[in-house]
Write a new protein. Structure first.
Length: 210
């Protein structure tokens, strides 16, 4: 844990591919990475019309996110830890904005491949509020069924919203049904395990000259 109370990257989840929600254009894209020779490249696939996913809210993280020309940096902690700490925390530095990150499993209709687990993160108010409502539904369902069903969420469209001087498109999420949490989440989010080096036993022979 860092000095700010946020957790440093510790698992394969920190290297998951992502989807992006653009509230200015009202589009959702799947960012696919592939290797071209020695370099990694990425391409964006528009899934605005077909986007459906299962959010794994048991691994919801909140914290602060910085996005600039150098890339993206996360200072996150599990929701339970953030809630127990009083929900008040200052940004670790300038340009960091409050946001969330949650693993999602894309439905076959919009996935690149079966078991396509990705990260959905955002700092925009419209998306944060929409996901907060989904999370509230999840908590209510958890009270009724402690087994921890997850919602199959459909992006029904975008609603044009005026926020002060800015116009944004707010995603409309609809819960299609509740299903059991797939095991594929555990595989994708499993902590990295460092392999022990294969050290050959030393022959303890007093006749060795050293």
């Amino acid at each position: 844990m860092s000095e700010y109370g946020f957790y440093e990257p510790m698992s394969n989840a920190d290297f998951l591919p992502i989807i992006k929600i653009n509230c200015q254009s009202g589009r959702i894209v799947r960012v696919d990475r592939y290797k071209d020779g020695d370099a990694w490249e990425s391409t964006e696939v528009d899934i605005s019309q077909t986007c459906q996913f299962l959010p794994d809210f048991s691994h919801l993280e909140v914290g602060f996110i910085k996005i600039d020309d150098t890339g993206i940096d996360f200072k996150m902690q599990p929701f339970a830890d953030w809630e127990s700490s009083g929900r008040l925390r200052k940004p670790p530095a300038e340009k960091y904005r409050f946001g969330f990150r949650v693993p999602i499993l894309l439905a076959k209709i919009c996935a690149r491949e079966p078991g396509d687990v990705r990260h959905l993160s955002h700092v925009g108010v419209a998306v944060v509020e929409s996901v907060s409502r989904l999370f509230a539904d999840y908590q209510k369902q958890l009270e009724q069924d402690p087994q921890g069903l997850v919602p199959l969420v459909k992006v029904a469209g975008f609603v044009h919203k005026q926020r002060g001087r800015f116009k944004n498109y707010e995603p409309t999420f609809e819960v299609v049904k509740w299903i059991e949490r797939p095991d594929v989440f555990d595989e994708a989010l499993a902590p990295e395990v460092e392999e022990e080096p294969d050290i050959q036993p030393v022959d303890d022979d007093d006749s060795l000259p050293f």
